[in-house]
Design a protein around this ligand. Sequence first.
Ligand SMILES: Cc1cc2nc3c(=O)[nH]c(=O)nc-3n(C[C@H](O)[C@H](O)[C@H](O)COP(=O)(O)OP(=O)(O)OC[C@H]3O[C@@H](n4cnc5c(N)ncnc54)[C@H](O)[C@@H]3O)c2cc1C
Length: 372
Amino acid sequence: MGEVHWRELYREVVDPGLCTGCAACVMACPRDVLGYTHDYYPVQIGEGMGVDECAIGDRGCDICTRACPRFRDWESEFDQELFGREREPDEVYGIARSLLLTRATDKGVERAGQDGGLVSMLLIQGLEEGWIDGALTSRIVEDRGPFDATPTVVTDREGVLATAGSRYTYSANPLAMEEAEQLGLKQLALVGMSCQASINASVQARGVNKYKRKIALTIGLLCSKSFTYEGQQKVLANHGIDIADVVKANIKGKFMVWTRDGDYHEIPLKEFHPYTRPGCQLCPDFAAEHADISTGGIGAEDNRTLAIVRTQRGEEWMKALIDGGYVDATPAENDPVAMDLLVKLSRTSRKRWPTDQLEGTAARPGLLPVVS
Ligand SMILES: Cc1cc2nc3c(=O)[nH]c(=O)nc-3n(C[C@H](O)[C@H](O)[C@H](O)COP(=O)(O)OP(=O)(O)OC[C@H]3O[C@@H](n4cnc5c(N)ncnc54)[C@H](O)[C@@H]3O)c2cc1C
């Protein structure tokens, strides 16, 4: 990419608000001069450095920039790398080999999962078959109740099940790579929000070879946005619900909450919008468009994970699970509710990307044109 490093990354992505906080740059930084703030942004921590300065970058290191899933022409470069072509204008949710509605056949896994337990089933099978020796996921922060999430590493079935389900705060799972390295793990699955799933393509397209080799499968989570912990706490309190009493939450057009006493509550989603995490505001990717397999909870029936299978290795994993009887799958095209919502939500998110050239930055459309 030429002479580009932290300075360009800071000025073109972080400063203008395009940074999602995915932490790819922090994960990839070979000299550990990038830190991560409590409000989910990368930050220069080298001594005596300005926010956009990096002494290592000045000497030619550009790894942070290469790992970033939002730098310059990211979408076309990543489409080309993963699929050998750019998306067509009508491929609003990205390029797919197949779309399936799935459910883990193991009842324990299905119950632990947020929707059909597909993500957990993939991880368990990957670990038990030896396709991976660990996975970067997100765990609940014990003293903050089931809403706060933090990156973690799991290496067995118990670990996978303990970290199953969705938390609607942000968790930059690539940060768990450090722990995985300390544990000596070599082949990893990365589970992450849409923005994090594009790391699957950035490390391949831009030759961040260490992580290209380590990440054996990327499972993306469909995502419109995440919310701050404090915001969710406040909205729940407005409805008389103590966040510490919540045992499960789900979002399906509305915010659904199950509490310890067995009660179920529905809260209009719009009450949470003022508490959208800032890093999500300009994110155009609902459908985790560069994951090997993208997963979501949309469809006519509950307890199904919608799976968008995108790459050859994603297809191989999925086929192995279906052929082995670990997952039930039907074509998602049979469910117009799922398909319509997928298109609608993907289109809505794409409108967030700023179309005007940002002042003081290089010309870079970033996003490919699709049918609006
Ligand atoms: C913040 C957020 C927003 C989402 N928004 C939508 C949406 O708008 N529409 C939609 O269809 N689907 C959405 N999803 C995806 C959906 O909730 C399920 O994760 C997906 O359907 C997979 O279900 P499953 O039962 O197969 O996964 P499970 O087997 O339950 O596995 C889920 C995996 O996600 C990880 N995880 C949980 N929370 C987080 C987090 N905050 N950050 C990173 N990793 C996490 C877990 O550790 C686990 O590995 C969202 C998920 C999250 C976390």
